[in-house]
Design a binder for this molecule. Sequence first.
Ligand SMILES: Cc1cc2nc3c(=O)[nH]c(=O)nc-3n(C[C@H](O)[C@H](O)[C@H](O)COP(=O)(O)O)c2cc1C
Length: 234
Amino acid sequence: MFSGNFRHRMPTGSRRKVVIPPDFVDGTPERNDRSSFAGTRFSRIVWPPMRLLIAITGASGSVYAQRLLDQLDPATHEIHVMLSQYASQVIDAELEEGLKLRPGVMQHGFRSMNVPFASGSNPPDVMVVIPCSMGTMGRIAHGLSSDSLLRCADVMLKERRKLILVPRETPLSLVHVKNFELLLQAGAILLPANPHYYNRPTTVEAVADTVVARVLDHIGVRHTLTARWQEEPE
Ligand SMILES: Cc1cc2nc3c(=O)[nH]c(=O)nc-3n(C[C@H](O)[C@H](O)[C@H](O)COP(=O)(O)O)c2cc1C
C-alpha cells in the first residue's frame, strides 16, 4: 500500500495502529493535495522536508532535470543543484530557455570542495544525478571524487545514503554495464531514462514525466505527475 521509498516509512501491510505525531499533521489543503492518499487516514500526514541534491551532467535529457526541479518545492524541501563540467553545453542545446531554477534553490559549482556535501559529516538525504552521463557514471563507480559532484556521490555511497542515478546512453558497452553492476553493488539506485508509453504521452514533457515520476517515487516525494497503472488520472 505504501510504496514510497522513504526513511520515515510506515509499516507495509501492518495491522499495527499507526499513530501520526502532531508535528506531522497539517490541515492546509495544498499540503493534503500532495498526497495520493487523499481521503484516507494518511492524507493528513505532512511528509518531512528533505535536503536534496540534484546533480545534472552532460548527458542528453536536460528536460528530465528541469521537470524534476519543477516538481520539487523549495518551500518544502532544501534543494541544492550542481552542474557538471559539460552539463551547461547540453542544456544550451536542449532547453530553449535554459535551466530555470525556482527561487530558494541553491546552486553550487563543481570545482570547489567547500560545498556542504563534500564531507560525510553533512550529506543530503538524497542525491539524484539526472541525466547521468556514462563518464560521470564511470567516475562515480570507480570513486574518483576529483570534483565536488563526484565527491558528493562518493559520500552518498560511503554513508549509505540514497544515491539515484538516471543514466542516458544507448547502446550500452560492457564498460557501462560493468559500471552499472559496481554501482548497484555499492548501493546506488539505477533508474535509467527509459520512458514508458502506456499513458500515451503526447508532449516531450509528458514523456519525460514518466521517468521523473519514478524518480520522485524513489526520492520519497508524493506526486500526481503521471497516472499510475490501473489508476484513474486525476
Ligand atoms: C549534445 C550532447 C549530448 C550528449 N549526450 C550524451 C548522453 O546521452 N550520454 C552520455 O553518456 N554522454 C553524452 N554526451 C557526452 C558527454 O557530454 C561527455 O562524455 C562529457 O564528457 C560528460 O561529462 P560530465 O559527465 O562531466 O557531464 C553528450 C554530449 C553532447 C554535446
